[in-house]
Design a protein around this ligand. Sequence first.
Ligand SMILES: C[S@@+](CC[C@H](N)C(=O)[O-])C[C@H]1O[C@@H](n2cnc3c(N)ncnc32)[C@H](O)[C@@H]1O
Length: 273
Amino acid sequence: MTSLGSDGRSDSPAHRIDTSKPHPARMYDYFLGGKDHYEVDQAAAEEFMRRAPEVREGVLANRRFMRRAVEHVVAEGGIRQILDIGTGLPTEPNVHQIARAVAPDTRVVYVDNDPIVSTHSMALLDEPDTAVVLADLRDPRAILDHPEVRRLIDFDQPLALLLVAVVHFVSDTEDPDGILATLRDALPAGSYLVLSHATGDVHEDHREDAAAVYDKASATMNLRPHARVLDLFGDFSLIEPGLVRVTDWRPEEPPRPDAPLIGMYGGVGRKES
Ligand SMILES: C[S@@+](CC[C@H](N)C(=O)[O-])C[C@H]1O[C@@H](n2cnc3c(N)ncnc32)[C@H](O)[C@@H]1O
């Protein structure tokens, strides 16, 4: 496994880790009960939890959605190569572990723009046929052309593109539709897009207030309504049950009666032609 900067040269990202403001990856790690965060991230995450107490259940539900979706595309869709953009800090089971439990020959490229993610991933994910790339979703061409992506991903064969809990960190002025179109266009027929996205539809009363915690972080959170998230799939066909709350996407068991509603949509689209 290798870690390279978006220019394709060897990189040593550790020196670029910014601990002066909260970072989404490290806040997410705190929500998940991990250890890879700083005080500034913990304080922001706790503030978010005060405003949106369901967030911890939400991130766990999002991870479970990701696991079910990856299992589906590998087991049912025959996918053997995965491009996971907005990877987050390593959290077991990681995408390659989920996929390889079904098909051991699955290749995975992890992409994140947070240097701490690539540093930790490099240390923890020392696996063959797995790469970690430091690059930004807002520059999709740099991701698609990256030598490590090209080494492990064959764009003539179907692949799964994972954008799980990341597009909401791209604001409307940064052209999420254009970014998604570039990525979708690069995929051959038979490929899948696995996407989840935060929304204010479910908790209109407090979600904007909670999302505002990210205004002081390295990336803002952009809640989007169902129709806008649906747009991100372009002409891909959504497999059943469509774009739904992550907890409702092919759940393994019925929801607990006291489970909070989760403000995160998830869906899996397939490129038919
Ligand atoms: C909420 S975490 C999601 C992690 C994982 N996909 C999951 O759902 O469990 C969002 C991740 O996206 C990364 N991220 C945010 N903006 C990004 C961007 N513009 N390009 C690449 N990664 C980004 C963050 O650093 C963080 O690791």
